[in-house]
Ligand binder design. Structure first.
Ligand code: VGL
Ligand code: ZN
Length: 184
């Protein structure tokens, strides 16, 4: 069975010191780095990046719930340096680029060539997807659910997750499990 690893939003604004710093974020990056080192390039690794215009509708100034974060072209929107050695342009997918649309799921994220994550997973012949990253309750959850709906077998790796709210994280995992996501 062909496998893929999807790394969600391990970006500076979601990490300790960032504008939307999440719990367990640096631990998630360290665990992800260890995972990708163990993988040694065997399984393809796809990166999802929250990538907002400065006037995105999810920002407080526009009436949304979040402080400005992951604005295109800023350091806050960059993948953690420890993961950069594993990043390729073809397997990097931006989401949240439309100022009027909130897009937690990375499923419809697009790479520089305009291909969606879903499309590239299909092209790779993927059947099993390991999902890691930030935040459990938002992008990880929505991405895992969309992958499941599209027919992939989905496993979320708990050690490699970060969260906005610890309670929210704790409640999300059994919900995902009930929906058919494997939690490991
Ligand atoms: C996310 C909050 C705001 C996420 C994105 O990807 O989980 N959360 N934007
Ligand atoms: Zn966002």
């Amino acid at each position: 069975m062909e496998k893929a690893i999807v790394v969600v939003d391990e970006l500076y604004d979601f990490l300790t010191g960032g504008s939307l710093a999440c719990g367990h974020s640096l631990e998630a990056v360290a665990a992800t780095k260890a995972l990708l080192e163990r993988n040694k390039g065997r399984i393809p690794v796809l990166f999802i990046c929250d990538h907002h215009p400065a006037n995105h509708c999810s920002f407080v100034e526009q009436g949304g719930p979040w402080p400005p974060h992951c604005v295109a072209g800023t350091r806050g929107g960059e993948i953690h340096d420890d993961l950069k050695p594993f990043v390729t342009e073809e397997l990097t997918f931006n989401k949240g680029c439309n100022p009027a649309v909130e897009q937690y799921s990375g499923f419809e994220g697009r790479n520089a060539a305009g291909q969606s994550l879903a499309e590239v997973l299909q092209l790779l012949g993927t059947e099993v997807v390991y999902v890691v990253g930030i935040a459990t309750e938002y992008c990880v959850r929505n991405t895992a659910e969309d992958l499941l709906k599209a027919g992939f077998k989905v496993t979320v790796l708990e050690d490699c997750l970060g969260w906005v709210d610890a309670e929210g994280h704790k409640n999300t995992l059994p919900e995902l499990s009930r929906e058919g996501v494997r939690i490991k």
